[in-house]
Design a protein around this ligand. Structure first.
Ligand code: MRU
Length: 361
């Protein structure tokens, strides 16, 4: 999130922009061909943007949803009998919560609004608080990206050969990114580092977004299919496999873009180290041992469209889970803005160190 008084460098992609009570959303479906921001003025417009993948990436989804609450509160204050405020706001919150099931950042970003509704907070206070909360969250998430970038890069060696998956950069966050912030910092420290990214089937976040984001910033990148990435790992042509996360259990189980688990297994076989990079807002503190993590399944047309064909022929069943779960044993480090754990050595997130009460609520 770039606030109005900041001007980004021309190479920096800005996925969200808050301008005088409007949320401008970069439509990622049009990238890399067209950079176009659409405008959201209420929660429903934010819901549409998330569901249709105009914006995506766990931290970005969370921040956009928080702004969705702020927009809706403004709109309801302007045009409604105040007696209806709490009911209408509750409906908007339910819609926002249902947008995507795996990214816990969404639920975390909306939790304060749920509390304020339970307290029957005065609508004007609600509107002020929700806007302040969204700005604060955006700021904390942006700062977290910078810290993670440095902490992650500290783990890498000079001349590292890096593989990354999906898009975890400026287009997935409101800052420098999660895994991609580490990649950028590693290349800044040592331009001899080599970066490979997967195309990331079927939605092609790697090919359309990561490769574009890196090339705009002058960082050379090799774009490969997931199969080639697997072979590079087995051929010991990669030193570090670096990814983000959509939800992490306190014992280090990582839900991330489908393919992460397979590539982490191949990384282990080929001797590469696996780093997961995510802010603490991605940790699911409610998770209990034995519990599953919801994995989003999307329509089969996404697979079909990725092949360039317009329609699914009748009779073909397509299974399209878009995330998978990587076990702690395959993850060497999880890097957060509050420090690093080593899940493969049995280390878990200690709530005393990694969780803190949310400010402003
Ligand atoms: O389906 P997407 O594009 O929202 O999936 C995004 C990812 O899986 C990212 O790797 C994840 O959000 C973490 S990086 C910010």
């Amino acid at each position: 999130m770039i606030l109005p008084d900041e001007t980004p460098a021309p190479s920096v992609l800005v996925p969200l922009l808050w301008k005088e009570g409007r949320l401008l959303i970069l439509d990622q479906r049009l990238l890399p061909g067209t950079e176009q921001h659409g405008e959201a003025r209420d929660a429903e417009a934010v819901v549409r943007a998330i569901v249709q993948m105009q914006l995506r990436g766990a931290p970005l989804i969370g921040v956009a949803a928080a702004y969705g609450v702020a927009l809706e509160a403004r709109r309801l204050l302007d045009g409604l009998p105040l007696a209806d405020f709490h009911d209408r706001m509750r409906q908007a919150l339910t819609r926002l919560l249902s947008c995507r099931p795996t990214a816990i950042n969404l639920m975390r970003a909306l939790a304060p609004a749920g509390q304020w509704l339970e307290q029957k907070m005065d609508p004007r206070d609600f509107a002020l608080r929700s806007e302040a909360w969204a700005h604060g969250l955006a700021q904390r998430e942006a700062q977290a990206c910078d810290v993670m970038g440095r902490l992650g890069a500290d783990r890498l060696a000079s001349g590292s050969r890096i593989l990354t998956h999906c898009n975890t950069g400026r287009l997935a966050t409101v800052g420098a990114g999660t895994a991609l912030a580490v990649v950028r910092e590693a290349v800044r420290r040592d331009p001899a580092c080599q970066v490979t990214c997967t195309e990331t089937r079927p939605w092609l976040q790697g090919a359309r977004l990561t490769a574009y984001e890196l090339s705009r910033e002058g960082i050379p990148v090799d774009l490969v299919t997931e199969s080639v990435a697997g072979n590079r790992l087995l051929d010991q042509a990669i030193d570090f496999f670096i990814v983000g996360a959509d939800r992490i259990s306190p014992d280090g189980r990582v839900a991330n873009k489908v393919g992460t688990r397979m590539l982490a297994q191949l990384a282990r076989t080929g001797g590469a180290r696996t780093l997961v990079v995510a802010p603490t807002t991605t940790i699911d503190w409610e998770w209990k041992p034995g519990q599953s993590i919801p994995i989003e399944r999307r329509g089969g047309e996404e697979l079909w469209h990725a092949t360039g064909m317009a329609e699914i022929p009748p009779g073909i069943h397509i299974d399209n889970p878009v995330f998978d779960l990587t076990p702690p044993a395959l993850i060497d480090w999880i890097v957060t803005e509050k420090g690093v754990i080593e899940p493969a050595r049995g280390e878990c997130f200690d709530p005393g160190r990694f969780s803190s009460p949310e400010p402003d609520c």
